[in-house]
Ligand binder design. Structure first.
Ligand code: IPM
Ligand code: MG
Length: 375
């Protein structure tokens, strides 16, 4: 029997509540489809930080490295731990540490989920954002300087206001040729595998960011040339944001640098009904474990009340099963989520219902087991 070692980091806020439902669905399917999940939980995040002064222990990556996949709930207690410490200490440390360069976020609205647009048919929307996740503006390079620091002396003359400032901050984005290439290749491969349009849209902004984004564009042209069977186009990210709202049905695969992808995928989460519906996977090239974490945050306002919508996590578990090599299980979870949300009998408060997180998880687990058993 295939046995998967899954590391579970519930994290903060609603994180532990929603991953518990993910585990429930995994266990229900494992029983039916004949695989096993050996789950190891790690109590990391802000609560851990408040006790130990760090978000994860120093050997965290060694501990996680032995697993086949990582399932993460959410990190963040903004009232108690500064955001730049909370998120860099777990989410970004794992993404960077395991070179999880491909952040894959499918956007296929569920029937029955809230939908914000009046003039678009949600059933016509089916695209994926493939976001680069280890470079760009997230590398954390730069610093805060006084204007007389040698690092900034050179640029102080450029604008009068620089010299008049008590402090300057430099935040550098880094884009490598190989880093652009691998995410773009992944996007084109995905477009080839998907039914339908075979279109890759590159999010860029060379008109304002002439170094990083011209490299990005050059590599995109090269990779597009190597995939003549896929249509390729680019769009400046601002115009693309508008298209996400006005013509989302015209998209198929969107490839984006880290920060643009981050922003665009909160916008696309709105098309799904909110962050409670938006799944996400951080994929490696297979050498290290990939991490599966819904797009949403820790939602401290509703934490501990058992009312968070677990849908995003359950769809994320479907992505995890697909990546582990259990496509039947992945399809069963996705079909079960679609069935439960469309039926509308079990709805969490964000959907206008009064069901609990666990009730929703149980409904999906039962439906998934039934669908899987029926083959
Ligand atoms: C996301 C989140 C993260 C990101 C934060 C929590 C660091 O917004 O996964 O989209 O910016 O990547
Ligand atoms: Mg985000």
């Amino acid at each position: 029997m295939t046995r998967y070692r899954i590391a579970v980091i519930g994290g903060d806020g609603i994180g532990p509540e929603v991953v518990a439902e993910g585990q429930r669905v995994l266990e229900a399917l494992a029983g039916v489809l004949g695989f096993e999940c050996e789950i190891e939980r790690f109590p990391w995040g802000c609560a851990y930080y408040l006790e130990h002064g760090q978000q994860m222990p120093t050997d965290a990556l060694d501990l996680l490295g032995h697993h086949d996949a990582i399932l993460l709930g959410a990190i963040g207690m903004p009232d108690l731990v500064p955001e730049e410490i909370a998120l860099r200490g777990v989410v970004l440390a794992i993404r960077f540490g395991f070179d999880q360069y491909a952040n894959v976020r499918p956007v296929k609205p569920l029937r029955g989920a809230p939908f914000p647009l009046a003039n678009v048919d949600p059933a016509a929307i089916d695209f994926v954002v493939v976001r680069e996740a280890t470079e760009g503006m997230y590398v954390g390079l730069g610093g805060r300087y006084s204007p007389d620091a040698p690092q900034v002396a050179e640029i102080v003359g450029v604008r009068d206001v620089f010299g008049r400032s008590r402090e300057l901050a430099v935040q550098t984005g880094v884009y490598s040729e190989a880093g652009c290439r691998r995410i773009m290749e992944r996007a084109f491969r995905l477009a080839e595998e998907r039914d339908g349009r075979r279109l890759v849209t590159s999010a860029t902004k060379a008109n304002a960011m002439p170094h990083g984004m011209t490299l990005w564009n050059d590599v995109f042209d090269e990779v597009a040339g190597e995939h003549p069977d896929v249509e390729a186009e680019w769009a400046n990210v601002d115009a693309l944001a508008m298209r996400f709202v006005l013509r989302p049905q015209s998209l198929d695969v969107v490839v984006a640098p880290n920060l643009f992808g981050d922003i665009l995928t909160d916008l696309s989460a709105a098309l799904l009904g909110g962050l409670g519906f938006a799944p996400s996977a951080n994929l490696t090239d297979g050498h290290w474990p990939s991490m599966f974490e819904p797009c949403h945050g820790s939602a401290p306002d509703i934490a501990g009340r058992g009312i968070a919508n677990p849908t995003a996590t359950l769809l994320t578990v479907a992505q995890m099963l697909e990546d582990l090599g259990e496509p039947a299980a992945a399809r069963a979870v996705e079909a079960a989520v679609r069935e439960v949300v469309a039926a509308g009998e079990v709805r969490t408060p964000d959907m206008g219902g009064s069901a609990s997180t666990a009730e929703m998880g149980r409904a999906v687990a039962e439906a998934a087991a039934r669908i899987a058993a029926a083959g």
